[in-house]
Ligand binder design. Structure first.
Ligand SMILES: [Mg+2]
Length: 357
């Protein structure tokens, strides 16, 4: 069990090509994409599978936005109660709801499917539910259904439902050459917390506060809705798998390239107290920020002419421009030395194999 989470850590740092994308393509290939509604409404076609969430166009005043998300013991959170149950409950809903934020939708409802061992139905469950309720209150969401069953490890699947004014939803596919690329906050904080927990350093002095972003991530629902409502973002997604994995996905959906400036990426600060802990001396803030996921910050593009409007955005003080969209397909990262390199995907992919394992 512990081995699987251990594997996650190793996998996250390997350089093999990701093949989660291939799997999704295999699954979706045989299914027709319902474009009828789009044509009726005269909207440009876009990718219905492959965005952060699916959009159902309606004739009413709102469109529905849906997404589902697994949260599995030993894969997404540490086994044997090494992750506090409150954090499991909170994060299960937060990470699913982040995909609604990424479309600009307002979170409304969720369904909870839960498989768990009998020994987790008592106190563990109460604590799990306390965390889940806290997230639901924060995002204004109502639990409207689900399913439960028995299994030897905890497996959670959450379906989230939000709504958005028709035409205001933001897809990954709208970026154009010249658009500015932004992130909504510091990257690598969740990865630093995970690293500390995996090394069993979570209870060391001065460290507890650094675990928070990993255990109970803040998601950017207000900003996502604002960017959509004010038509400021041309394309958007949330950073769940790491910038080096997620930005190329956005670029592929938009059929554009990009240039990212390393020095502009807001990186986690690693405190001296952490540097002195076993195994942490050489940990790279840059790697954590570029190649590790679960920050759930928003990655979005803004046409130059609309950039000034961003000043009124919620959380503007945290927002940073990190690069620009380019024509072509190349996604490039420019180092402090001015050197341009291909931005190679090194983020989280559950199917990526690491050598020797
Ligand atoms: Mg997402």
């Amino acid at each position: 069990m512990g081995d699987q989470v251990e594997r996650k850590r190793t996998l996250a740092t390997t350089v093999h090509r990701d093949n989660e994308g291939d799997l999704i393509e295999r699954i979706t290939k045989g299914f027709a994409v319902p474009r009828l509604n789009l044509k009726q409404l005269g909207r440009p076609p876009h990718s219905w599978i492959g965005d952060d969430a699916a959009v159902i166009l309606t004739d009413a005043k709102k469109n529905w936005v849906l997404s589902c998300d697994f949260f599995l013991e030993g894969v997404h959170f540490l086994p044997e109660e090494r992750t506090p149950p409150e954090a499991v409950g909170y994060k299960a809903l937060a990470r699913a709801t982040s995909d609604l934020a990424a479309m600009g939708a307002r979170p409304r409802y969720f369904l909870l499917s839960l498989a768990l061992p009998a020994r987790r139905t008592g106190k563990w469950m109460d604590r799990f539910l306390a965390g889940l309720r806290r997230a639901a209150r924060e995002y204004g969401m109502a639990l409207i259904g689900g399913d439960t069953t028995e299994k030897n490890e905890v497996a959670i699947s959450i379906t989230v439902i939000g709504d958005v004014l028709p035409g205001r939803e933001v897809y990954r596919s709208g970026a154009k050459a010249g658009d500015q690329i932004y992130v909504s906050g510091t990257l690598g904080r969740a990865a630093l917390g995970l690293e500390l927990m995996l090394r069993g350093l979570g209870d060391r002095a001065g460290v507890r506060g650094l675990l928070w972003r990993h255990l109970c991530p803040s998601i950017r629902t207000e900003l996502g809705m604002w960017l959509a409502q004010h038509r400021v973002a041309s394309a958007m997604m949330d950073l769940s798998d790491g910038l080096s994995t997620d930005l190329p996905r956005l670029c592929a959906a938009s059929r554009v390239g990009a240039e990212v400036w390393t020095d502009r990426v807001p990186q986690v600060k690693i405190p001296d107290v952490v540097r002195k802990l076993p195994g942490m001396a050489r940990i790279s803030a840059r790697d954590l920020a570029l190649d590790h996921g679960e920050d759930y910050e928003l990655l979005f593009c803004v046409p130059r002419a609309r950039a000034a409007r961003l000043r009124a955005a919620p959380g503007f003080a945290r927002i940073r421009q990190i690069g620009e969209i380019r024509s072509g397909t190349e996604v490039v990262i420019v180092g402090s030395d001015g050197e341009r390199r291909e931005f190679v995907s090194k983020g989280w992919d559950p199917f990526r194999r690491s050598p020797g394992r």
